[in-house]
Design a binder for this molecule. Sequence first.
Ligand code: UDP
Length: 193
Amino acid sequence: MVNILGVPFSTSSFAETIDRLKRAMTEGAAPHHIITANPEIIMIAQEDQTVMRLLHQADIVTPDGIGAVWASQYYGTKLRERVTGAELSEALIAHAEQSGLGVFLLGATPASNRLALERLQQKHPDLRIAGRDGYFQEEQTAEVVEEIRSFGPSLLLVGLGMPRQELFISDHKAELGAAVMIGIGGVIDIFAG
Ligand code: UDP
């Protein structure tokens, strides 16, 4: 771990991070909350205690930006490379397909979410995948959590924007039941193409 501007970054390589998360998914381990921290989040955390607390409560914080990797050399422990949400998601979705594990995509507009599910299903025909859009009211949160829990995903990708996606994961970590949960920002829109 290396602390940069108060943010505790994991010093694991991309390959090491993926290995750990694949194992957690296969073993159905206790939930792992992963935050891929970009420069914007690091700056917000300087002024927002809630965001800094979320970064400290996460199980793994990866550097999603080359700035943190460069800066790390001044902090004694070097970060080796960027680890982005898109790359993590793609590798873990492939693992889920191979291992017969479920994936749930929460977030984006209904159209974008549906298209992302279609595209991923085409690319990974054996994948068990479901999702729903991220434009729900606060009062619907319990219903959304239940929808995810009853599907039983091993991997939960949450794209509600920062910090709402991190708060959602943190607030419902135990109930959601997924071994790996990642806040992925706009990655569902990228999957939708
Ligand atoms: N989003 C959502 N619900 C909301 C607000 C945003 O599902 O209430 C989705 C949005 O459609 C997009 C993703 O969150 O797919 C990321 O949004 P944004 O680019 O604003 O966040 P950032 O990636 O900058 O954290």
